[in-house]
Design a protein around this ligand. Sequence first.
Ligand code: AMP
Length: 623
Amino acid sequence: MGYIELNVLNNQSSLAMGIDLGTTNSLAAVWKDGRPVIVHPEGKSGSIPSVIHFPTDGSQLKIGREGRDHAAAAPERTLFSVKRLMGRPEADVQDELARVPFPTSEGEDGVLRVNVDGREFTPQELSALILNRVHDHGCRALNDEKPDRVVITVPAYFDDAQRQATRDAARLAGLDVLRIVNEPTAACLAYGLDQEKSGNVVVYDLGGGTFDVSVLSIADGVFKVLSTAGDTHLGGDDFDNALVGLIIDGLQGDLTEEELKDPGFLTAARLSAERCKHALSTDPQAELHMVLASRGVTFHRTVTRSEFEDLVRPLVERTIDSCRRALSDANLEPGDIDEVVMVGGSTRVPMVQAAVESFFGRIPHTELNPDEVVALGAAVQAHILIGGSRDMLLLDVIPLSLGLETVGGAISKLVMRNSTIPCSVTEGFTTYADNQTGIDFHVVQGEREMVSDCRSLAKFQLKGIPPMPAGMARVAVRFHVDADGLLTVSAREESTGASTRVEVEPMSGLSDEEVERMLLSSVEHAEEDFAVRRAADLVTEIGTMRTATERSLEGVREHLDRETLEDIEAALAASREADTGGTDAERLQAVRDELERATLPLAALLMDDVAKAALSGKRLEDV
Ligand code: AMP
């Protein structure tokens, strides 16, 4: 039998789209130029409200922002929160149905229907309309390339029926689902955490109307959901309502009870509250301002951040209770968590970040836009699934090392030159002097060994360290460079949770020639740099040894013979001189070695005391 060759047209796009199909907002991202990016037509936001309005005149449906604008005037024809109904029988969603203003019924097939104008729509059909809109919106930014292969995210707790309903929605929208991915997994992918060998991650997702926390483990790039917890009706809307309460209290005398319950009034009050809340995420105080022109009534009040925090504290505490539950279900303690990822617009509230940081004892990831993290991660997954290399994300490297100034003007490099971005490095630092309550950080860039030969990027201070002996404080400093090359340096003292951060653009103002010059100069000065660095490190080491010796001498002085004591005093005196004019590494090495030699009998005496204490059952502190 002969075969006839057919010329098959292959119109498949080389792109695949990631879609975050959210309860309130949805958005799409694709992989472009080596990284995931949100797709949106120029000048427009990528985020599409997951809302559908059915106009009374039967004209074209209004989906997204346009649809949402009709919510207050025509609530029974404006459908929202469809995601909450996906793949669930009527009996399971009674509480959800009580909250929506549109009528529903259950079909003979057991599938819920939403009724508009005598027509019935399944949640799948409605989600398909939203998916279509998000997909179209994204494609308009891609010069009409139509990536029909998609990855769609769903909450980690979605069961098989809910996942299947999401697949069905995509099929109805004419999309080819490569995979349904858990939202927290997508968030981890966006942060590149799949590249960690192993570890435990918490994804804290506080949006407008829902709160989810998930505990995941990573092993060789594969994520496993260990537990989930949360609150299906807790989020930024509740923060807004707390402020709306202030407006209602303030207008008690001016408006009737009826007027204060009017949907139009409440919508306007919520908008004012949300504006004020957003401002309070960056400013210490903000205006809560509302004008009711129809009644000639104006409300105005300044709200301080701490007033707002008092109002929302119980809500934030509820989210931490959920975190506690999720950890306990996963049989883990806060200390077992290696990374915490923040998702959802409400994680911009400083108090939320502080509460999460304090509970898990680590600085959470907030470097990416919390509204976009899930869609970006979906795009990473989509890219991998169509055979793209994840390594492409590693296209960008850091051209010059990034580090911190340490004692003596030397540099501790945290992110080495040629590290691929995005990347994160955490290192522990401590105090140099007794009772030091603050640490000055100096972020520098360059290949040379001493600060004076490198480029200064930023200086900042961590305050609030409790007074304690030198070397006892534990300060974790994290350098994170995102995919755009933006460096965030954060520092956190473990015992008090005191923390601070700074953002820098390391490459801003640096030309390629300057980078080259800095690299060349590090090669040219390599030998001399090495000697200077060695000298600086020796000065620091000598200083630490001297402090320890002086402290140990107190109390045991009388147990040492005169000759030993004089020997130690002489070595100490020489070490004091070393602090000044300390650039001759050979001489400093000799001073250090001499101090070590002279203090050997002191060390032996102390060891002896420790041993005796152990034998006599005395506690060490009592020796
Ligand atoms: P999402 O559902 O993730 O889109 O989150 C939306 C919620 O995040 C809404 O309640 C917003 O008011 C809230 N949000 C967005 N930006 C901020 C901000 N700067 N400060 C506080 N809340 C914010």
